[in-house]
Design a protein around this ligand. Structure first.
Ligand SMILES: [Zn+2]
Length: 242
């Protein structure tokens, strides 16, 4: 069954202001909101639930979620440490991280090893976040441009963002923005996001024509769309932690 009319993409159910992770669970019987210690919010969705149903649920329960988040934040939030390793599923790369705690600040990467120098954990994470953004640009931009030229689409510019809110977007001027966290997802899911954004360069909406175009390039788009939504789970906490 094809999504009709302006059916949203599942992975785009989150508006820019709601930092919720949405997880599709085969075991879930109904929509539920979970608030974890520290205030992380997870919306658990049974398979097959429509995107607008999820959005309506989130909107209806936002006051409850906000109260719960405030309560859970007052517990000591678990500290998000500096990672010991960083793995990119997208490119099959793994980097060992060596944090040297001292007065100096800096980051150096040699092959599969990152040495980060910072006096505290937030400082070390900030340097890794800057590194991640550059790593994402180096790896994602050429792949997107390559695909665009293979499919005969034009992309004016690729920009990399590191937000907890969206995987990608496309402007009317042909700038495609990609989330740096795509590196943590599998290559095929990333490829689907590329296809989705390229299709938006032709149709700036989710009309039937848009989905026809997506399907022509990627017939398995429905599964990949739901994998993309679930992908937030695979992003390590340090990426967004300040
Ligand atoms: Zn879209």
């Amino acid at each position: 069954m094809k999504p009709q009319g302006t059916q949203l993409s599942l992975f785009e159910t989150r508006s820019s202001s709601d930092p919720f992770a949405i997880r599709v669970s085969p075991r879930a019987r109904r929509l539920t909101a979970r608030v974890h210690v520290g205030g992380r919010v997870e919306i658990v969705v049974p398979p097959g639930v429509k995107a607008h149903t999820v959005r309506d649920f989130v909107q209806r329960f936002t006051p409850w979620i906000d109260r719960k988040v405030a309560a859970m934040r007052s517990f000591a939030s678990p500290s998000v440490a500096v990672p010991e390793a960083i793995s990119f599923a997208c490119t099959n790369e793994k980097f060992a991280v060596d944090w040297r705690n001292g007065p100096k600040r800096g980051l150096e990467q040699t092959m599969d090893r990152i040495v980060v120098q910072a006096p505290d954990e937030p400082g070390a994470r900030a340097l890794l976040q800057i590194w991640l953004k550059r790593a994402a640009h180096e790896r994602l931009a050429p792949r997107l441009l390559q695909l665009a030229s293979e499919l005969n689409y034009s992309v004016a510019r690729v920009s990399i963002r590191c937000q907890r809110t969206r995987w990608g977007s496309c402007s009317t001027r042909g700038t495609v923005s990609l989330n740096c966290s795509l590196l943590f997802l599998t290559r095929e899911v990333v490829q689907y996001l590329f296809v989705h954004e390229l299709a938006h360069t032709k149709h700036m909406n989710h009309s039937a024509k848009f989905w026809d175009l997506v399907e022509k390039i990627e017939p398995d788009y429905r599964r990949l769309d739901s994998d993309l939504l679930a992908g937030w789970r695979t992003v390590p906490d340090w990426v967004f932690q300040t």
